[in-house]
Design a protein. Structure first.
Length: 368
């Protein structure tokens, strides 16, 4: 098969795959979630197999631990989070009014005669916030629901995903061998090398950054609760979850916690210092210990590229796209580096200087 026909074949296959994902995205969530979870938990199953357990039993133990962790989270964490979110929704209008009073008192002292114009603007802002806060929260909740759990029945997600994880863990290496047997023989070594690089980047990021999210989420939640910050558990867990994208969780969590502390405790400064201390400890722990040891230099994913990938794949495929954004971003980054490597070693880049002297045009002879 000529190179041009090979390129057309793989482009057509890629287009068909994307179209199929777009058409079936409403039912893909349990299967994609199962693949991501199986990929993350496969090293644990490998360790159990190394201890002498059959692959089936090792996979069953891993899935059992996963289900127990999910059940524990639903039983213990979800009610607390739901209660804090409900309290936030109930007190938000009153907090808006209290902040408005604080701003008015401060502005009256500083603006003097110009306070009337400022008060009119502040009244319009407060009225708009009080009128629309519920609809904003409802819109956000509806968006999250429509992009995630509403795509499939919630019960089917909980039931199908562990089954998918189990069968993928059991047949993990046999599936890899089967896929390897389908590779074009002429290009198999190159494809294996690229797949190894993609796997190194994805595994380092997903497993390492996932562990960082858990540690930072627990640290922020406990720290903000210790600092007596209202809704500290929700803010801390959200900041830990958003830490999947480096620095995003830290920045948003710090801004949110400081805002809540200012509203609740101003003019006291001790709660603000506690919030700063909690996030400073978390960031120092992440930068000095967690990221170098768990993620390391293998990732090669720039935070901006990662954020862009999350937005693009989330927009195209909803919550399913968010789940596959990191592997796809890593794959695209590896392929781009490979294409750049090929280009830099080609005559297109090197030009005439890369040609042998005999291949160059002979010099033009000048007249006598």
């Amino acid at each position: 098969m000529r190179v041009e026909r090979q390129v057309l074949f793989w482009l057509a296959a890629l287009i068909l795959l994307i179209l199929a994902a777009l058409v079936l995205r409403s039912v893909l969530l349990p299967f994609v979630a199962g693949m991501v979870i199986a990929y993350a938990l496969n090293p644990l199953a490998d360790r159990l197999v190394a201890l002498g357990l059959p692959r089936v039993w090792a996979s069953a133990i891993v899935v059992t631990l996963l289900v127990m962790a999910l059940v524990a989270a639903v039983v213990f964490l979800v009610p607390i989070i739901a209660r804090q979110v409900q309290q936030l929704v109930e007190v938000l209008p009153g907090e808006i009014e209290r902040v408005r009073g604080m701003v008015e008192d401060s502005a009256r002292e500083r603006l003097g005669s110009r306070f009337g114009d400022f008060q009119a603007w502040l009244d319009s802002v407060a009225a708009e916030l009080s009128r629309n806060w519920a609809s904003v929260i409802g819109y956000l909740a509806q968006s999250v629901w429509s992009q995630g759990m509403a795509l499939v029945n919630f019960a089917s997600l909980l039931l199908i995903t562990p089954v998918v994880v189990f069968y993928l863990l059991v047949d993990w290496y046999s599936m890899l061998e089967k896929i390897d047997s389908w590779l074009p023989r002429d290009h198999a070594p190159t494809i294996r090398r690229l797949a190894t690089e993609i796997n190194a980047a994805v595994s380092a990021f997903i497993r390492g950054q996932g562990l960082i999210c858990l540690i930072l989420g627990a640290l922020y939640a406990v720290g903000l609760t210790w600092a007596d910050i209202p809704y500290g558990l929700v803010i801390g867990l959200a900041a830990g979850l958003l830490s999947f994208v480096p620095f995003v969780g830290f920045a948003l969590g710090l801004i949110t916690a400081l805002t809540v502390a200012l509203i609740q405790y101003w003019p006291e400064t001790l709660p603000l210092l506690k919030v700063l201390a909690v996030f400073a400890v978390g960031q120092a722990l992440d930068s000095a210990l967690l990221s170098p040891r768990t993620v390391g230099p293998k990732v090669g994913l720039h935070p901006v590229w990662l954020i862009f990938s999350l937005f693009v794949f989330g927009y195209l495929f909803g919550f399913v796209g968010v789940l596959v954004a990191v592997p796809m971003a890593a794959a695209i980054a590896v392929l781009v580096r490979f294409a750049l490597e090929v280009y830099l070693s080609s005559s297109i880049y090197k030009g005439r200087t890369a040609l042998a002297p005999a291949d160059l045009d002979p010099p033009i002879k000048k007249g006598p």
